[in-house]
Every structure is written in C-alpha cells, then in structure tokens.
Ligand binder design. Structure first.
Ligand code: GDP
Length: 438
C-alpha cells in the first residue's frame, strides 16, 4: 500500500538541493506537485498542499529540514480532516455500524473484513444480512462469516430489511455483542428507492456510525458517490476498497478533504485479512519513508499467539526448532496477509515491497516444495531432522515428487537457518548480528 505515493515522495525529496534560496524552494515544490499529480491526487488538493508547504517553509527559513517538516505537517493536516479515528466503539455496547455502498463496491467483502479485524481484537461481533436486493448476497455473507468465525443474523423469510435489522438488534441487545455490522443493499447507481430504503434501515438501526464503502478503481467517481451518500443519508467515514487495484493511489490523499469525512480503513486485496486501519499519523510516517512499526506490531500481535511465540523462541534457543514448528509458523505468516504489504510497514523497506510484488507467500514454489517435503516425512522425522539419512531422504523425495538434490538443499537451508536463529537469539545476539552486517 502507498508504494507509488511513497516512491513519488522519496524521489521528489532526493532531487531537492537547497542552497537557502527561493529558486531551490520553487524547484522542490514543483517536483512535489508533479509527483502528486502523477499519483492522481486531485488538483485542488495538490494546489492547497503546495501552498501550505511553501508558506510554512518560508516562515521557518528555507532548507531541506524545514521543507520536510512543512510537508509532514501539511500532509497530516490534510489526512486528519474529520478526525483521526480508526474504529471507534460506542460508549455503551453494542456499537452498531451501518455498511453502505453501491453494488459491486466491495461492501459485503469489507463487512467480513471488518468483522475479522474486530474479532482479532477479541470483540464479539454479529453481522446482519440486510442486503435483501442482490441475489446471493446473503449466501456470500454466510460463507464469509463462517470463514471468519463470527455470528450471522439472517432471515430469508422476509424481503424487508427493516424487519431483519429490528429483530437482529433485539437479539444483539441481550448484552453479549460488542459490535453489530449491518450489510445493507446497494444499487448500480444512486437512486431514490435505495436512499428511501437506507433511510428506513438507518431509522430502525440507530447506528453509532455509517460507513461508506467506495471502490478506489472508480477514481474521482468514488468521491462523487461518497459525497452524494453523505448529503442524502449522512456518513461518518469512508472505507476505500480495491486499493490494490488502483496503481496510483492518490485518491487516499485527497479523500478526507474532498468529502469532508475521515477515511477510516483501506481494503487492499480480496482476502479477509486485507484491511488496514487508516490513521493519518501512521500514513504520513509511511509516506515520508519512516515505516509504520505500530501497524506492523498490530498485524503481528493479532495473529501470533504469545504462548506459541514463546514456545518457538525457547525451542530456537535450545536448537530444537523442528519441521513441525516450521509448518506452524508458515500458517501464522499466511494469516498476516501478503508479505508485500508487511514489507511496506518496515522503515526503509518501502521500496523493497516493489521487488516483492509477485511474491505470494501462499503460492511461492519454494514454500510449496518445503511443505510437500515435510508432508512426506514421518512424525519422528519432522521432530528430529537429524534422523534424515540417505535412505529416508530417498523415500521422502519419491513421496513428494522432488529430486533428492532438492531435498538435500532444503534440509541444509533449514539447518543453517536454525543455527543462525540460535546464534542471534543468544546473549550476544544483537552484537553478532551487527558484526555480520558490518
Ligand atoms: P458488494 O456488491 O458491494 O457487496 O461487493 P462484493 O463484496 O461482492 O465485492 C465485489 C468484488 O470485489 C468481489 O469480487 C470482491 O472479492 C472484490 N473486492 C472487494 N474488496 C476488494 C479489495 O480490497 N481488493 C480487491 N482486489 N478486490 C476486492
């Protein structure tokens, strides 16, 4: 996420040469402007941003540091229009969220992603199937909520969403639910019938917040429809879906200022885990190339079981990390979402994520081979890689359809990785690592 924007920023910054003069500032601003327009940020938003950066840099004395500071402040101000919010819980549970959007925008998928995000935060979630217009919407939600492992409230005996919502909330008010997510009907375009239905559902649900799911791929149309929804029924936040398919990404910069509501989440893929909270401060850090350590920690802590992590660390220290542990770790990594989006969160690694564009953890052939190899091992062999003599390796190679040289190479790699991990997890681990890196 934000690869193109981060690239544009870092490139513009690299080109800047300040010699304390006005000309240098004009050139720097020009670079910045070009890079923003190239990323498809709305031209009015760009104009305002450039103006702010210019005024503040001049005020504080022209220089690279002052320029970067002014840019950081202007970006932050731009992104936090409407509040710096993420997910906000109501003072008294359940927090009721109405999910709205046009048909095909990704509303149903996003509802499931949000349910998953909240479940990972140990919240008890109920999803309500109130999109009774689109054929198969209820079935889609049934599958998605099953996959996430949250409750779905549905009633296919009626076509009236108000009835469904009223009954669902009656159940939710029993006290055990923290959040109720209501998936509402969409249309291909905004029409009065849709707005009347949403009005009625809104009245029945009395939501804490209304989210509008906007498809990034529709560009400035996403801004227009979000604005129309805001005027007709009122929205408290926008979730930008399909951000992975929008190669330029500038829409995320202009949205809050153009619609005058905060951008709250970004959907960056088709998988349930592909949802990121949009917090201005973190995003600014990422754009300026400082990474997003908090975001990374949040992603990891939501999927890594602390007990499991401790078990692995202790095994590594004792040199007992085996193939079973390896498989377990691979599964946890899969849950964290794509490697690429994680890399972007590490300071200084933003550019690396481009190189990893095609690296898909689940479909990587190397990992598939390792998994196939481990699956052909007996339990004893998985627990004790030292048992693997030539005849056992031959049997494993046959079992998984790989050449014995490949088996040897993978086992060697695994053993080396184990040795390294053991070394760096010891008392002098950091020193050793620093020494190795020069
Ligand atoms: P709805 O009609 O608004 O409920 O739309 P759906 O939730 O059914 O989504 C429409 C299509 O968009 C589906 O194929 C989803 O898998 C896809 N989709 C949703 N969000 C994302 C996203 O963030 N990235 C990508 N690549 N696809 C998405």
């Amino acid at each position: 996420m934000f690869d193109i924007l981060t690239d544009s920023f870092t490139n513009a910054i690299k080109k800047i040469r300040f010699n304390d003069d006005d000309k240098a500032l004009t050139k720097a601003l020009d670079e910045l402007k070009k890079s923003l327009l190239r990323a498809d940020v709305n031209h009015k938003v760009v104009k305002d941003l450039i103006f702010k950066v210019q005024i503040e840099t001049k005020k504080n004395g022209i220089g690279k540091d002052q320029f970067l500071e002014a840019l950081r402040n202007a970006l932050y101000e731009l992104l936090e229009i409407g509040g710096n919010r993420g997910f906000v819980f109501a003072s008294k549970p359940p927090t009721v969220i109405l999910m709205t959007g046009l048909q095909g925008s990704g509303k149903t998928t996003t509802t499931a992603k949000l349910a998953n995000y909240l479940k990972n935060k140990q919240k008890k979630v109920m999803v309500v199937a109130a999109d009774l217009q689109r054929l198969a919407a209820v079935e889609q939600l049934r599958q998605l909520t099953q996959q996430v492992g949250v409750e779905l409230y549905e009633d296919e005996s009626t076509k009236n969403p108000v009835e469904v919502v009223t009954a669902a909330l009656k159940k939710a008010n029993s006290g055990i639910y923290d959040v109720v997510l209501i998936d509402t009907a969409g249309r291909l375009a905004i029409d009065n019938e849709l707005m009347d239905e949403l009005e009625a559902v809104k009245y029945a649900a009395n939501p804490s917040e209304i989210f509008y799911v906007a498809d990034s791929m529709t560009g400035q149309d996403a801004i227009k429809t979000a604005t129309a929804f805001k005027e007709k029924i009122g929205i408290d936040g926008v979730i930008l879906s399909k951000y992975d398919g929008d190669s330029k990404g500038g829409i995320a910069l202009g949205l809050s200022s153009q619609v005058q509501v905060p951008l709250r989440f970004i959907g960056s893929g088709e998988k349930i885990e592909d949802l990121e909270v949009f917090l201005p401060e973190r995003v600014v850090n990422r754009l300026m190339g400082f990474g997003d350590i908090e975001g990374l920690a949040e992603r990891t802590s939501s999927v890594i079981d602390e007990k499991q992590a401790k078990k692995f660390t202790s095994k590594i220290k004792k040199g007992e990390f085996n193939f079973n542990d390896f498989l377990e770790q691979m599964e946890s990594m899969k849950k964290m979402g794509s490697m690429k989006s994680l890399m972007g969160m590490i300071p200084g690694m933003g550019n690396m994520s481009k190189a990893l564009k095609d690296f898909d953890l689940e479909n990587s052939s190397e990992l598939k081979n390792i998994k196939a190899m481990v699956s052909s091992m007996t339990m004893k062999e998985r627990e004790n890689p030292d048992l693997l003599n030539n005849s056992r390796k031959g049997r494993i190679a046959k079992g998984c359809g790989l050449e014995i040289v490949e088996i040897n190479r993978m086992i060697k790699q695994f053993k080396n990785a184990g040795k390294m991990a053991k070394r760096f997890s010891g008392k002098n681990g950091m020193k050793d690592l620093q020494a190795m890196m020069g």
